[in-house]
Design a protein around this ligand. Sequence first.
Ligand code: GLN
Length: 344
Amino acid sequence: MDLDVTDVEQQVSTGVLPGASRIDELVDDAHARYRDLEDGRVADYIPVLAGVDPRLFGLCVAEVGGGLHGAGDAGVEFSVQSISKAFVYALVCEAAGHEGVRDRVGVNNTGLPFNSVMAVELNDGHPMNPMVNAGAIATTALVPGTTPAEQWENVRTGLSRFAGRQLELDGEVYRSESETNARNKAIARLLQSYGRIDVDPLDAVDVYTRQCALRVSAQDLAVMGATLADGGVNPLTGERVVSAQVCRDTLAVLASTGMYERSGEWLFEIGLPAKSGVAGGIVAVAPGKGAIGTFSPPLDPAGNSVRGQRAVAHLSRSLGLNVFASSVHVPERAEPLERQVPLA
Ligand code: GLN
């Protein structure tokens, strides 16, 4: 699709966040509301993740102006997992350009689980989008670097620039997943058989497995998301990490695919581009305003954190973040918020 908008005057469509003390109050309120919610199950297909404390719950809002508003375990670290896909995609778009990555990786939802092999087979070997494992491995294969070690270093430094601090590998998570990721290796080989990746498929999976094992906190996720909300400039360090165009591309992909096969429902109810990971993190981005990072390990059947989804839903409404809302949210039904946001 070629839409020529080059000679159109550019405007943005955003509002403002409430003042800092109000954001603090609302973040504390969201934390208090869902702290005792016990639904969901901690992921165990990566063996080491099964041992995590299910009560951990951290929240943070980062403003594009640099303000941070945390509650609970906002500083506790966990592995970023699939959330890395969003930021590696942004780095690869920055390096390889919009068209190249769109054609190679795609931007459409598969409607199937994140590690589906069938999705690849049903689509003529095409990985479909960068937020499912096939597309994420194909995207990681495009990271600049002449060796896997150089690619990994570019991923680690790139994600660290989004976070505004040096992120470290969780060696235990990396080893645990490396020993059990036969399916990701199979997906990479399948992509190779269709001529969709040019590097050694096992090297691409190894860099991908490392990127998933980087340690972040809910606060880091909020800052990383706020960098995407801020046209690519990290609000804490002032460093430009990617271009504003890349942020738009990345947020569009997150809106359609970031919450796996539940992405449509998520956008319908919550109205924010977001990405979740199996260790229990979620990042949700309000363009021009800021981002929310959450951490709580128990997941719904699609693999999205239960408390995290609730907290983001609450904050999206109370902070006025829904990108489709042109007026204040007024619940139509006299129901508690949690019943209006059904989980898988
Ligand atoms: N490393 C995990 C995997 O590839 C990430 C999955 C996820 O967070 N959904 O299976």
